[in-house]
Design a protein around this ligand. Structure first.
Ligand SMILES: C[S@@+](CC[C@H](N)C(=O)[O-])C[C@H]1O[C@@H](n2cnc3c(N)ncnc32)[C@H](O)[C@@H]1O
Length: 334
């Protein structure tokens, strides 16, 4: 039996809304009907709303399983290694697995699609590779076209993760940088990919211009479409090329974003050359946690050989990369 309020039909809609908003609606049972009354299932303390409270037999609403791990039939000893979450870019899930789980990847993908109705495809991530930092993806289930539309802080981006780098886990970092930008700044993103930093910056702050460079022609094609999609053609210029060369042709800069975490310091000299006094650089780097201090010394030494004085204003640990390594952002001021 389920506790219900017996409510005249004409009051049904407003009472149901009020109960839902106040947390008293029982979401696990269907609403019933008794002649010209609705039987609205309730939870919690007795309610003094002027309607009769009755116990009735109402049908349960079938609950859909939302944890993909509950649908799997794999050896018990592997269950602990299953990831509790996975990245989703638009409607494409990117799955990272321990080697021991790879033989079960198709079954895992089926379970993910069964528990997430918004997924169109699931791909196995075999790592970010090469100069263009593109993921090696193997389609496990769904549509083989992995291009989809991803939304982040009000910016909508077309992304094909099999052709260009994108990491949805950096969304908060992109917003952090956007919030540091002052009106009228001239900014360069030396490794812009499909353009998430420039787009989030222009959506939430008012720089006068952002120059967005990338070596990967496919990433630049997507970035150009993303700039148009967000109607930011007058504030962002997409430039295809090597950042070392392309940055030379830019005007003086107030801020430079350097998100090439396995080797960004190799480009620091070129960024410093263009940075105005007082300007900021956000330098991303993957490091052994024990090497943090020595890397900071290295940054200061690169700056001094470039003839610039730099202060490290802040160090953010953004995410774990391996048991001993993390991805950091160094906020530098010239
Ligand atoms: C880690 S991804 C970052 C992309 C983007 N900032 C983001 O957050 O999604 C690094 C990018 O740098 C680009 N890249 C690598 N070497 C480059 C170079 N010498 N000049 C310009 N871009 C380069 C790659 O193609 C890749 O898109």
């Amino acid at each position: 039996m389920v506790r219900c309020l017996r409510v005249p039909l004409e009051d049904g809609e407003s009472v149901r809304n009020m109960l839902r908003q106040s947390g008293f609606l029982d979401l696990s049972h269907q609403i019933g009907r008794d002649e010209d009354h609705l039987l609205i299932p309730i939870v919690g303390a007795s309610l003094d709303l002027g309607y009769e409270e009755v116990d009735r037999d109402l049908s349960a609403i079938p609950r859909k399983e939302t944890d993909y791990r509950k649908l799997l039939d794999i050896p018990k000893e592997l269950l602990e290694s299953l990831p509790s979450s996975f990245d989703v870019i638009g409607d494409v899930a990117i799955l990272k697995l321990d080697e021991t789980l790879v033989p079960h990847a198709p079954q895992i993908a089926d379970a993910m699609m069964a528990t997430n109705s918004r997924l169109r495809s699931v791909a196995l991530d075999r790592g970010v590779k090469g100069e263009m930092r593109v993921r090696d993806l193997e389609l496990l289930r769904g549509d083989e076209d992995l291009s989809s539309v991803h939304t982040e802080y009000g910016v909508s981006m077309e992304i094909d993760p099999s052709l260009a780098y994108f990491n949805p886990r950096l969304s908060r970092e992109r917003k952090r940088i956007a919030d540091l930008v002052s009106e009228g700044e001239v900014i360069a993103d030396m490794f812009a990919g499909v353009g998430p930093f420039p787009l989030v910056i222009c959506k939430h702050s008012s720089p006068s211009h952002v120059f967005a460079i990338d070596l990967n022609p496919k990433a630049v094609e997507m970035m150009r479409r993303n700039i148009e999609r967000n109607r930011l053609q007058d504030r962002i210029s997409a430039i295809e090329g090597d950042a070392k060369e392309s940055v030379r042709d830019l005007p003086d800069l107030d801020r430079v974003i350097m998100n090439l975490p396995h080797m960004s310091e190799e480009f620091l000299f070129y960024a410093l050359f263009k940075l105005r006094p007082g300007g900021q650089i956000h330098l991303y780097k993957i490091l052994e946690r024990d090497d943090l201090a020595s890397f900071q010394e290295r940054v200061l030494s690169i700056a001094s050989t470039s003839g610039r004085t730099v202060e490290i204003e802040g160090v953010q640990e953004l995410k774990t990369y391996s048991p001993t390594m993390s991805v950091y952002c160094f906020d530098l001021r010239c």
